[in-house]
Ligand binder design. Structure first.
Ligand code: ATP
Length: 671
């Protein structure tokens, strides 16, 4: 409240270029803080200082805080692995490969390794201070390096950065290079900090008569200011969900200086993927009926394929984006080819949501495994061996207009009116409409079974309409809307999966963190594997189970090559962020997510999943875990969280109690 960015010390020497040391010192400060409000204040004030003294650096600073250098759909990868890093580090310090490996085993973090390696280096000539812009531009140059000799060129660029970097700068440059900043400030923190900085911007960049009480400066009472901040945060979050690209949002915010105007230029845009709406987990069909009570809903087959957000502009140019907003247009030239034919007359531009599934020549949907055999790179129409079909389920934009606020029923009507099927190439998801009345419950049950029978994962249940107009205004305001909600997991979309019937409610996405040496038939391989869930609050990985089933021999071999000492993915000591009581023979560097199914979740004496959430000093573990597949599309930060694990455990408890009660009731009736 009393922070005055005009008066921030040292800015006189900036000469319009924010030093990288400023950012690094903020990162260092923030990484040692666990109180979110303090972290937010520091981040917000840091952005305010940059806006006032070096506005051109605000965009690169936002990217660097977000642990990225460009939106994911631009496909700009730094591509820095252990090989390049160790080469560069050996070039700027006296440590050799063996010492580097020892340091890595000790710290388990490349930033800390670099910091330690460079700490002993004494330079006679003081290097020119690094600026935020220079670091950002060099990172872009690194990402642009392609082809033969790329490793040396990249290592050269990294070396140059590290030569100029001092102290904490070294740690955070390297953490940025490996895309693991570890400052505990994730996307939402950056969003909120920027929204707040924008609220202060008008008074910040104006003339400050004296440093001091901001509340007085903006002439607002504390309550008014708090409301303004909240509105700005919500507005920016909503905007970023629709248009997740700082390159579009930040320059416009700096121009208009008003978050409430952000949608004037940065809403849903063809060519920019919006963050997808997600389904909430339900225990079973009964739970779903309770949640949607008297409302009308659509049940749809839940296909096991790959989600695709399809964009077409007025000129017929097409883009396909994955669930994680990566551009996958080049992977599916066959879909690009068919899309111009799916438009009915009068349809020009659109954005739609759908699932890509593998389909054979008889029009039968093939399992996910078949789809995953499709080539990812250099796909041309004549090399395709796994044909696919798009099954559309939503329409978010049509003929230059956003449809996000329409009800699902309206969006679905437009989807079916404005697009046409193309045999085995484009269709709509199979669906049926229902309400919570008893006769419909049987129909839904049959529909669910039919979906599973045809290879589906279960059903998606979607609310069709907004709350009825006949409701009292207050009840209506509380009712669930059926809008398309980018980046949200709301109850208007529910998923009911077959696993709910078979065992644990949902499969878990876990991170391999260690392994034992296999014996007998598995000698020479790793078995079992220690797996962990992710706790985003303190960025730790908490062990959940030891998995030894579901692996093929081929996979065992691949795993041995993937987790090897040569590529530094095997460590002798656990990383600082691993939480477990177990002592596997080797530790893995956390770099993959595996989908795992199990029987049920229990309180464990040795595992640490969700520790402190259910019991103070005991964690949760998954019983009878079975490997399903590697989730290449998920980074470790998107693994199942401790919070979700605890929720699944509680849901299971509720279900067990209900089942016991049912059984008792049945017994009483039988008696
Ligand atoms: P989540 O996306 O919920 O985080 P996840 O990636 O593991 O989890 P699932 O739990 O399998 O995905 O459920 C959601 C996914 O189901 C969607 O992202 C989409 O790819 C897929 N899907 C298949 N059929 C449908 C459908 N009819 N409507 C919506 N999504 C569907």
């Amino acid at each position: 409240m009393v922070f005055d960015p005009q008066q921030f010390p040292g800015t006189g020497q900036w000469h319009g270029r924010a030093p990288y040391s400023f950012l690094a010192s903020v990162f260092s400060m923030v990484s040692s803080i666990s109180a979110r409000t303090v972290m937010l204040n520091i981040m917000c004030n840091m952005l305010r200082v940059i806006i006032v003294h070096s506005p051109q650096d605000i965009l690169p600073a936002i990217w660097l805080c977000s642990n990225a250098i460009a939106p994911s759909f631009e496909g700009l990868e730094l591509g820095i692995g252990p090989q390049i890093l160790s080469k560069a580090l050996r070039g700027v310090s006296s440590v050799n490969q063996t010492k580097l490996r020892k340091l890595y085993e000790r710290y388990g973090d490349w930033g800390d390794v670099a910091f330690a390696a460079k700490a002993s280096v004494r330079t006679i000539v003081k290097p020119k201070p690094l600026t935020v812009r220079e670091v950002f531009q060099t990172l872009h140059a690194i990402a642009g390096v392609k082809g033969k000799g790329g490793v040396d060129t990249k290592a050269g660029l990294v070396r140059r950065l590290l030569l100029s970097a001092v102290g904490e700068e070294v740690r955070f440059i390297v953490r940025t290079l490996v895309a693991h900043l570890r400052i505990g400030a994730v996307r939402t923190t950056v969003l909120i900090a920027l929204a707040r900085a924008c609220v202060f911007m008008q008074s910040d960049v104006g003339q400050w008569p004296i440093s001091g009480d901001l509340v007085r400066q903006v002439d607002d009472s504390k309550d008014v200011l708090a409301t303004k901040l909240k509105q700005a945060e919500n507005g920016l979050k909503e905007c970023f969900a629709q248009c997740p690209d700082w390159n579009l949002i930040v320059p416009w915010l700096m121009e208009c200086k008003d978050v409430s105007r952000v949608f004037e230029r940065c809403g849903i845009t063809v060519g920019v993927p919006l963050r997808p709406m997600l389904g909430q987990i339900t225990r079973d069909l009964t739970d779903m009926f309770i949640k949607l009570k008297d409302r009308d809903f659509a049940c749809e087959y839940k296909y096991d394929g790959q989600r695709a957000q399809i964009h077409m502009d007025n000129q017929g140019r097409v883009k396909l984006f994955s669930r994680h907003l990566e551009d996958m247009t080049d992977k599916y030239p066959d879909i690009v080819e068919v899309l111009p034919r799916i438009r009915s007359e009068g349809t020009t531009s659109f954005i739609m949501d759908g699932e890509i599934v593998a389909m054979n020549s008889e029009g039968e949907i093939q399992p996910f495994q078949t789809l995953s055999n499709r080539a990812r790179k250099n796909v041309t129409l004549d090399t395709i061996v796994v044909p696919v079909c798009v099954l559309a389920f939503d329409l978010m934009y049509l003929n230059n207009e956003s449809l996000l606020q329409l009800s699902f029923r309206e969006r679905r009507t437009l989807l079916k009116e404005r697009f046409v099927r193309v045999k085995h190439r484009f269709d709509f998801v199979k669906s049926m409409d229902a309400t919570g009345i008893t006769t419909d419950q049987d129909k839904v049950q049959a529909f669910f079974k039919a979906s599973i029978g045809s290879g589906g994962e279960g059903i998606m249940v979607k609310l069709l309409d907004h709350p009825p107009k006949s409701l009292e205004p207050s009840a209506r305001a509380k009712g669930l809307l059926s809008t398309y909600e980018p980046d949200k997991r709301v109850e208007s979309w529910l998923k009911v999966k077959k696993d709910y019937v078979e065992g644990v409610g949902d499969s878990l996405d876990l991170v391999p963190i260690g392994a034992w040496y296999g014996s007998g038939r598995k000698a020479g391989w790793y078995s079992p594997i220690l797996l962990a869930c992710y706790n985003p609050e303190n960025e730790t990985l908490e062990s959940v189970c030891k998995c030894m089933s579901g692996f093929s021999d081929k996979f065992y071999k691949e795993m041995k090559d993937y987790y090897s000492e040569e590529n530094l993915r095997v460590l002798n000591t656990p990383r600082h962020d691993y939480v477990t009581d177990l002592q596997p023979n080797v530790w893995f560097d956390a770099c993959q997510v595996w989908e795992i199914k199990g029987a049920d979740i229990t309180v464990s004496p040795v595992h640490k999943g969700a520790i402190g959430r259910i019991e103070e000093d005991r964690g949760l573990s998954l019983r009878f875990p079975r490997f399903i597949r590697v989730r290449d599309d998920k980074p470790t930060e998107e693994a199942t969280t401790s919070e979700l694990l605890a929720t699944l455990y509680l849901q299971q408890q509720v279900r067990e109690v209900a089942e016991e009660e049912n059984e008792e009731e049945q017994e009483e009736q039988d008696d």
